[in-house]
Design a protein around this ligand. Sequence first.
Ligand code: 4F9
Length: 254
Amino acid sequence: MWFGIVTLFPEMFSVATEVGVLGRAVGNGVLDVEFFNPRDHATDKHRTVDDRPYGGGPGMVMMVEPLLAAVAAAKIAAAKAAMSTSPRVIYLSAQGRRLNQDIVQELVLSDALILIAGRYEGIDERAIELVVDEELSIGDYVLTGGELPAMVLLDALARHVPGTLGNRASALDESHLDGLLDYPHYTRPENAGDRNVPRVLLSGDHGAIKRWRRKAALTKTWRQRPDLLTGRKVSDEDVELLRELFDDEPTGGH
Ligand code: 4F9
């Protein structure tokens, strides 16, 4: 999958693209990440990319022209690298639709994406109208720029690109993928302090282990994120597991 990242600070991305699972995916070509710096497209001798907001107020705004030129360069590169003629352009902003696993699953079907990371108070609204297909937020808080959110999106997408996680099936059964939180994990030793690994996990009974994990995931979700269960279809098996939870603890922990 090809990513074109429009940013004034491409060097920030070295952490994401050089280390760990993502670093390997970039290294072996499973992910292709290219950077487009609006500063390279500024037209004055100071290479200005920001200016004061019309109407006054604090801070600076990213100018429309260098930004559009950088996006245009990214589109040409996408056509060359990924044969993608109209890559979707995503602007990471606190005003955007909140990113979630459903959006990740949908975006990962693309061959190429262009991510715009803004700085200052944001980008000139006309750039949004002219080239942005989708504004995405990673949460209701304000950061100093869109680079970290762009890396969050890159990471969330990358683990669903075939080849990134090697042969592991883990991209399929982890937290949130079917709308529930993850079940608890344990490794050696069997006893830590006075806490033991749940017996069933040592039993070798795969059916019992599967059932225990499903119940644990449902329990965790019910206790920590009940909002994830509201309005959701619950299978007969899950109803039975939740019933067991309420029989054990009538409040289910609430
Ligand atoms: C972007 C915050 C996406 C949350 C970009 C300042 C941002 C952000 N999600 N904050 N620039």
